[in-house]
Write a protein that binds this ligand. Structure first.
Ligand SMILES: NC(=O)c1ccc[n+]([C@@H]2O[C@H](COP(=O)([O-])OP(=O)(O)OC[C@H]3O[C@@H](n4cnc5c(N)ncnc54)[C@H](O)[C@@H]3O)[C@@H](O)[C@H]2O)c1
Ligand SMILES: [Fe+2]
Length: 388
């Protein structure tokens, strides 16, 4: 275990069914507000959730603009375009309403507004010099945990890779966690984002930087997600399951803020950057294979997870058995969730594997957290397992 560890999170979290209706009651923490920018996607522009926010702003006499143009898995140039569209507006607060792509875009627009530096030069850890415009984040997927992480992920098209901007200035002042907002998530996005959240907690728990604080959030996150992911997928209107998934994903974000994700995420980044495989699906495909690779280093930790989430069948014979039963459970979920298991479906060919492995090997920020060192050949072998 790491001898020193730390934890930081959003300034205030307001959670529960219909909590979005209480947004107005929490705006006083920002002092006087004249003008707000609401950042989202075309999907939310005409949506009742958008109105639920704007009606509250109107009642308070706060003026606002709407920038409902964020594309999924944003590239650097897309965020720069968005920044160009907001330039000239003097905003006291930015509100991000959407999935991880919107939340990350909002966090970046906030710091781009106050730092005289290019977005490209913000990529990396602690590059941002000063805090941004205050931010409110309202997630509508249960996956990334971005609402509580100091990270924003951008695609660098030239390098066909996703990279992280990491800075404490990316943490928001206020988060609203309302599971009602996730009821409209289609099953495939419920599945992919839910497995992303599970992977955050799983990797945080086996990370070299795992610690008592991250363990607490990671284990509770895995309990919540494992009991509700199939129900949320099969019966999307079940608000209890949606609530479990949303809190589970926020806890996943809290766990990874303290402990970091590891090789699954490192190998997933080039699949997103080069082949545009949705982040959650890439993680979900890689998780069983990377876990088998890591197994001899993480058997005891796996047995703890297996016990905590109740996957061990009667008469199991020790931690190795428990760990294997956990891998089987993860594979069963991906089958039930209809998550693809073959990279071919995304246009990946055998001759791409070497480049993918080289790109993944550059994600040292996450590979350093992995309990077992991966050579380029190890990474190639893992990708090969996903090309049947
Ligand atoms: N900052 C972090 O800590 C962090 C962590 C993990 C991943 N990420 C990044 O987040 C992005 C992925 O975010 P995501 O998985 O939440 O997906 P997303 O934000 O890309 O959204 C996926 C799709 O779902 C739609 N959608 C969102 N909410 C909906 C709802 N309630 N009903 C119907 N449709 C809805 C969106 O319009 C979009 O088409 C990636 O860029 C990934 O790299 C960030
Ligand atoms: Fe992730």
């Amino acid at each position: 275990m790491n001898p020193l560890y730390s934890f930081q999170t959003a300034g205030r979290i307001v959670a529960g069914i219909n909590s979005l209706k209480q947004l107005h009651a929490h705006l006083s923490i920002f002092g006087e507000i004249k003008n707000i920018l609401l950042v989202s996607t075309p999907f939310f522009k005409e949506h009742s959730f958008n109105d639920m926010i704007t009606e509250q702003l109107k009642t308070l006499g706060i003026s606002y603009d709407i920038l409902a143009e964020v594309e999924p898995e944003p590239t650097i140039s897309h965020i720069e375009d968005l920044y160009g569209k907001m330039a000239g507006g003097e905003y006291d607060i930015l509100i991000g309403l959407g999935g991880g792509s919107v939340l990350d875009a909002t966090k970046l627009l906030s710091v781009m507004s106050t730092n005289d530096m290019s977005l490209r030069s913000m990529v990396g850890t602690d590059k941002i010099k000063q805090k941004g415009v205050p931010v409110i984040l309202i997630p509508t997927t249960s996956g990334t945990g971005s609402e509580v992480t100091p990270n924003a992920i951008v695609t660098l098209p030239d390098e066909e890779l996703k990279e992280g901007v990491v800075s404490r200035y990316l943490l928001p002042e206020l988060v609203i966690l309302d599971p009602i907002l996730t009821l409209s998530l289609p099953p495939s996005i419920t599945a992919a984002t839910g497995m992303d959240a599970f992977t955050h907690s799983f990797e945080s728990f086996i990370s070299n930087k795992a610690n008592p604080i991250s363990d607490m959030f990671a284990l509770q996150s895995m309990r919540l997600i494992s009991r509700s992911i199939i129900e949320a997928y099969e019966n999307g209107q079940n608000i209890i399951a949606r609530h479990d998934m949303l809190i589970g994903s926020t806890y996943g974000g809290m766990a990874l803020t303290s402990a970091g994700t590891a090789a699954v995420h490192a190998l997933a980044y080039p699949l997103g950057g080069k082949f545009h495989i949705p982040h959650g699906e890439a993680n979900s495909m890689l998780l069983p294979h990377v876990t088998r690779f890591n197994l001899d280093h993480i058997e005891e930790r796996m047995a703890i997870i297996a016990k905590e989430i109740g996957v061990i069948k009667d008469g199991y014979s020790g931690s190795q058995d428990a760990a294997n039963q956990l891998i089987e459970q993860i594979e069963n979920w991906t089958l039930k969730l209809n998550i693809p298991q073959d990279l071919k479906a995304f246009g990946v060919k055998r001759e791409d594997i070497s480049d993918l492995a080289i790109a993944a090997s550059k994600v040292t920020r996450l590979l350093n957290n992995n309990p077992k060192t991966l050579s380029i050949e190890d990474m190639e072998n893992i990708y090969k397992k996903l090309l049947n």
